[in-house]
Design a binder for this molecule. Structure first.
Ligand SMILES: *Cc1c(COP(=O)(O)O)cnc(C)c1O
Length: 366
């Protein structure tokens, strides 16, 4: 048996006709860059996230970057985030001229540990970016409350958490803004690149709309120095089709996660994902922890099981962020997790016998 880490083709097969019609409509209207299909998707995605606005952009990295620019964050500012995330979170901070300040994670949820937040705040701190890693939100209430006390803005990196909730509230609806990626492998994935910012702040929404399109207030009237970070029409039309299925697909991911967790059961050298009582985990990634990960992963791959590591190097230990001079043992939980994380196959179309096979093979290696 072969179990791929992801199977985007299986999902495409299940919605082939809807996708063909959607793409055809965009081409017939030649609405390729921005335009009515982007506006339609923005309305639908804002409704999905229960926010007033959603602004489509060309990727999740741009969503984060333009949000920070739109909030006026730049040179001399500090933004607090976590070291165990995809590098884009920190790149967005660096690319607007600010400095990323890392704090360690909570060992249960693998998300920002709110107890470490206050001591990282300095007079230069402007914003906090909790990352909703693997599809489970960070513990937002304490983060939002500390932010209020210190007059800081909170930007949610929700790139892995489309449809996740925290005390009933959707990811992307709690901070000043939520940033999403529609990279093909994400829970809501385009057939190319895409991203969005969600917010209830009309000024911020208007500013990001300008920034994504060369700072234009109207055609060729440039009020700001912006960039080209537009979402294209074909991607928006595809995303509108896929958004209708997202709740069902997330539900299937949750069922697969329960099946894995039941088959594997904690102990015996393995730590399974833990769901915080505060929310709904949408399992973008099903990551277990094993101490001998670097032996187990290649052994699983050799049996035809696709695995991954999210992420092998915490950001403070990457070459790119070596200049921060943070070094090893600075964030012990994030470092330990990076050494132990093992991501198993996870996608809505995964079959029961595939899950059973992965669990059996993994158990035999422990
Ligand atoms: C995917 C991802 C991003 C970046 O999104 P892109 O669309 O690839 O630019 C940012 N943050 C996190 C946590 C992600 O998983």
């Amino acid at each position: 048996m072969q179990v791929p880490f992801l199977n985007l083709k299986a999902q495409y097969e299940s919605i082939k006709d809807e996708i063909a019609t959607a793409i055809q409509q965009v081409i017939e209207k030649t609405a390729f860059a921005g335009g009515p299909f982007v506006e339609q998707f923005e309305k639908e995605f804002a409704a999905f996230c229960q926010t007033k606005y959603a602004i489509g952009v060309n990727c999740g990295t741009s969503a984060l970057w333009l949000t920070l620019l739109g909030l006026g964050i730049g040179q001399g500012d500090e933004v607090i985030t976590v070291p165990n995330t995809f590098i884009a979170t920190a790149e967005a901070i660096s690319f607007c001229g600010a400095k990323p300040v890392f704090i360690d994670i909570d060992e249960q949820t693998y998300n920002m540990n709110p107890a470490l937040l206050e001591q990282a705040i300095t007079p230069k701190t402007k914003a906090i970016i909790p990352v909703h890693l693997f599809g489970q939100t960070a513990d937002m209430d304490p983060i939002l409350s500390i932010a209020r006390t210190h007059r800081l803005v909170v930007v949610e990196d929700a790139c892995q958490a489309h449809g996740a909730t925290y005390n009933g509230k959707p990811a992307g609806s709690m901070g000043e803004a939520g940033c999403f990626s529609f990279y093909p492998g994400k829970n809501l994935g385009a057939y190319g690149e895409g991203g969005a910012v969600t917010t209830n702040n009309p000024e911020l929404a208007a500013k990001i709309k300008m920034l994504r399109d060369h700072g234009q207030s109207k055609k060729y009237h440039h009020d700001l120095i912006g960039w080209n970070a537009r979402l294209d029409g074909i991607q928006a039309a595809i995303l509108s089709v896929k958004l209708k299925h997202l709740h069902e697909w997330n539900e299937r991911r949750r069922q697969h996660a329960s099946a894995y967790s039941e088959a594997l059961s904690s102990g015996n050298g393995i730590i399974l994902p833990r769901e915080a009582a505060y929310g709904t985990h949408v399992y973008h990634i099903y990551a277990v922890r094993v101490t001998n990960r670097d032996q187990i992963l290649p052994a699983l791959m050799a049996k035809g099981i696709g695995c991954g590591i999210h992420y092998p190097v915490p950001l403070h230990l990457t070459q790119a962020y070596r200049h921060l001079e943070l070094g090893r043992n600075r964030f012990p939980v994030a470092e330990r997790c990076a050494d132990e994380f093992l991501s198993l196959p996870m996608f809505p179309e995964l079959a029961k016998d595939q899950i059973a096979f992965v669990a059996t093979e993994l158990k035999s290696l422990l």
